[in-house]
Ligand binder design. Structure first.
Ligand SMILES: Cc1cc2nc3c(=O)[nH]c(=O)nc-3n(C[C@H](O)[C@H](O)[C@H](O)COP(=O)(O)OP(=O)(O)OC[C@H]3O[C@@H](n4cnc5c(N)ncnc54)[C@H](O)[C@@H]3O)c2cc1C
Length: 363
C-alpha cells in the first residue's frame, strides 16, 4: 500500500525505489474486512459489503444496522494485483524476489543484507515481523488474535448474506476469549472463522473441531470446504515506535499499525500510508513519524484486562455492545472519537477490572 501511494505521487518520481519481498505472488492469503462510513477508496476492489452485523453471547444478542457504516470485505489477490499494476508501471520502481536476513541504520544510510546480496539505501520501510523483540519483554502483555477460517459452500441457500456475524461468543469459552466470525458471501457460501484473543495458539485440530461443532449447531451438515485461511495477529501495546530510527521506519504490523485491542490493521494502514507520504515530503527523520495518542493508553488498559482475565472477554464485549451505540464503538476503535464518546465506551464496560488495571498501571 505504501509502494502504491508513493508510485501515485509525482513528488517521488526522481527517487529510486526497490521493493524486496520473499514472495511476490501471494494470492488469496488474506481476507481483509473493515467498517467504513459511506464510500471509500477501495470500493472498486470489494468482494462484499454488509449493512448489518450480528453480535451474540449468552447474555446479549442483537442484529444491528450499522448505517451510515457498512462492513466491507476485500480478498487479497484482487488487491495485490490492482496495486502492483500501478506500481509496476512506474520506471523508478524495481521489485526483487529475495529474503531479507538483516538490516542496520548506518546513520548515513541503511544497509540491507539479503540472501542474494547487500543493498545500501537512504531510507528503509520495514514490514518484517519482529516477534522476538516484543515476545522477550514483560512490560506489555502480548496476546494473539489467532484463527482458522473455512470458506464453506452449501447446495441449499442457508445464509442471510445481508448480515455479517461480527462476534458470536456463544461458543464454549474454555477460560479464554473465543468467538465465531461468519461472513456470508452469498446465500450458498460463507467464511466461518473460529477466533481467539489469547496468549497461546491452539492445535490445528482444535480450531477445526470448533468450526465443525458450530456448523452442526447451525444445522449446516451438507457442505464443501472450498478454501481455508489461517492467521495469528499480535495484540500488544509494546512501543513499536522505539524500534524506528532516523532512516528506518517499521510499517504495518511490524510498525505497530495493528490496533492492539482488536487486531484490525487494514484501515489503519490505509490512513497511515497516506499520512506517511505527506510526512516524507517535508521531514527526513523517520523517527519523528510516530505520534503517541490517548488510544495507546486505552488499548494498554484493555489488553491488560484481557491478558489477566482472558475468560471475561465475552462479558466485556457483551456489555460494550449492549450499552454503547455501534457507531460510537466504530468511531472509538477508528481512533476518531471525542472525549465524550470515549466516556460512553468507558462507561459501557464493567468498571471493576478496568479500575483495578488503571490504578495498577498508574502506580
Ligand atoms: C489471514 C489474515 C487475515 C487478516 N484479516 C484482517 C482483517 O480482516 N482486517 C484487518 O484490518 N486486518 C486483518 N489482518 C491483519 C493485517 O491487516 C494483515 O496481516 C496485513 O497483511 C498486515 O500487513 P503487513 O504489511 O504488516 O504484513 P504482511 O502483509 O504480512 O507483509 C509482510 C511481507 O513481508 C514478506 N516477508 C516476510 N519475511 C520476509 C523476509 N525475511 N524477506 C523478505 N520478505 C519477507 C512477506 O512475504 C509479506 O509480503 C489479517 C491478517 C491475516 C494473517
Amino acid at each position: 500500500m505504501l509502494a502504491y501511494r508513493l508510485s501515485q505521487d509525482a513528488f517521488f518520481d526522481d527517487k529510486s525505489i526497490l521493493v524486496i519481498d520473499k514472495l511476490k505472488d501471494k494470492g488469496n492469503d488474506r481476507t481483509w474486512c473493515f467498517w467504513e462510513d459511506g464510500e471509500g477508496e477501495w470500493d472498486d476492489l470489494l468482494t462484499k459489503t454488509w449493512p448489518k452485523i450480528f453480535f451474540g453471547s449468552t447474555s446479549f444478542s442483537s442484529t444491528i444496522s450499522i448505517s451510515p457504516y457498512s462492513y466491507k470485505m476485500i480478498r487479497s489477490e484482487v488487491f495485490y494485483n490492482a496495486l502492483w499494476e500501478t506500481v509496476s508501471a512506474k520506471p523508478n520502481f524495481t521489485f526483487t524476489e529475495d529474503t531479507v536476513d538483516d538490516f542496520k541504520d548506518l546513520n548515513i544510510g541503511v544497509q540491507v543484507i539479503t540472501e542474494k546480496g547487500t543493498y545500501v539505501c537512504s531510507k528503509l520501510f520495514n514490514s518484517l515481523p519482529n516477534a522476538k523483540v516484543y515476545a522477550s519483554q514483560k512490560k506489555f502483555p502480548v496476546l494473539n488474535q489467532h484463527f482458522l477460517g473455512w470458506f464453506v459452500k452449501t447446495k441449499q441457500q442457508l445464509f442471510d448474506d445481508s448480515i455479517a456475524t461480527f462476534m458470536d461468543f456463544t461458543v464454549p469459552q474454555k477460560e479464554n476469549t473465543r468467538f465465531m466470525y461468519v461472513l456470508p458471501i452469498n446465500k450458498n457460501a460463507a467464511l466461518f472463522e473460529y477466533t481467539l484473543f489469547s496468549k497461546d495458539l491452539l492445535d490445528y485440530k482444535d480450531y477445526e473441531n470448533a468450526i465443525i461443532e458450530y456448523l452442526e449447531l447451525k444445522g449446516i451438515k451438507d457442505y464443501e470446504i472450498i478454501e481455508k485461511e489461517k492467521g495469528s495477529i499480535p495484540m500488544t501495546s509494546f512501543k513499536f515506535s522505539e524500534l524506528n530510527s532516523k532512516n528506518i521506519l517499521n510499517i504495518g504490523t511490524a510498525g505497530g499499525w495493528t490496533k492492539a485491542s482488536t487486531g484490525y490493521t487494514f484501515k489503519n494502514t490505509s490512513k497511515k500510508t497516506k499520512a506517511l507520504v505527506n510526512f516524507l515530503k517535508t521531514e527526513g527523520d523517520l523517527s519523528k513519524f510516530h505520534k503517541k495518542t490517548k488510544y495507546w493508553f486505552y488499548d494498554l488498559i484493555f489488553l491488560d484486562v484481557l491478558a489477566h482475565h482472558n475468560e471475561e472477554g465475552a462479558q466485556l464485549f457483551s456489555s460494550m455492545f449492549r450499552k454503547a451505540d455501534v457507531k460510537t464503538i466504530f468511531k472509538f476503535l477508528d481512533e476518531e472519537s471525542s472525549f465524550i464518546e470515549d466516556l460512553k465506551i468507558i462507561l459501557a464496560v464493567p468498571p471493576k477490572r478496568f479500575l483495578q488495571t488503571f490504578f495498577r498501571r498508574l502506580f
